[in-house]
Ligand binder design. Structure first.
Ligand code: HEM
Length: 209
């Protein structure tokens, strides 16, 4: 039973199935438009940004979890599955964009709206996420070598653009703040760990205690 549970948790197919569940609603909406368009846009946009924030919080979360006995297993699982979450975040951003383009149904208007900050920032976000998602496989990691890690850092530019898009469209800034604050805290924790480990390698242990 335990072996079965372990295999299920580590199965990438199961992770993909779970991450795809919300997509069913959007696929249905794309094929048979029936729901209220602003509601679908808000839901798909928020879901995308929430998954992306979670993905960016995984490394600091794993660093903290390492200090708890049971946390080590969770940390390892999170780090192993991180790229699936990143790709899912992009996929929901893509669905969100398709819903928009289908609603507007006028490429000239899409272009004109993209030239304004509120939607332009959305395009910046999705266009940065596209190559990151396409290169998140083992083959690309191997082929790109050191530059892969550097390129993945562009995800921070993407999330800043995504939040700018959200803040410029939403009348209430607290909706976005609920996700901006944990991300900033997580990044500060990450920075703290990196500074500490740099110090530890430079200063002999005796001087640190
Ligand atoms: C091609 C790029 C994009 C376009 C054209 C676009 C367009 C839109 C539109 C038309 C809305 C509805 C605004 C309203 O209800 O008045 C919206 C909302 C939203 N979008 Fe995007 N979007 C894009 C990319 C993204 C991306 C990449 C994300 C997230 C990573 C995102 C997150 C959101 C969020 C959170 C909302 C809800 C705002 C609210 O609460 O009113 N969008 N977007």
């Amino acid at each position: 039973m335990r072996k079965f549970a372990e295999a299920a948790i580590n199965s990438r197919y199961l992770i993909w199935i779970v991450l795809s569940i919300p997509a069913l609603e959007y696929m249905h909406e794309l094929m048979y438009p029936s729901r209220y368009y602003p509601e679908m846009m808000q839901k798909s946009g928020e879901l995308s940004i929430q998954i992306l924030v979670f993905t960016l919080c995984i490394t600091p979360l794993a660093l903290v979890l390492r200090y708890v006995e049971w946390g080590k297993v969770v940390a390892r699982w999170l780090l192993k599955t991180r790229r699936y979450f990143g790709v899912a975040g992009f996929a929901y951003a893509a669905i969100h964009t398709i819903l928009y383009v289908r609603q507007v149904f006028d490429l000239e208007l899409v272009w004109l709206e993209a030239l304004d900050w509120p939607l332009g920032t959305g395009w910046i976000c999705v266009l940065i996420l596209l190559p990151l998602a396409l290169t998140s496989n083992a083959k690309s990691i191997h082929a790109m070598g050191k530059s892969w890690k550097w390129t993945q850092r562009l995800s921070y530019v993407a999330i800043i653009a995504g939040f700018a898009h959200w803040l410029l469209l939403d009348f209430f800034i607290d909706n976005a703040m609920v996700w901006i604050v944990p991300l900033v805290i997580a990044k500060l924790v990450h920075l703290g760990f990196r500074l500490y480990s740099r110090l530890k390698t430079r200063v002999p242990k005796a001087q640190l205690t």
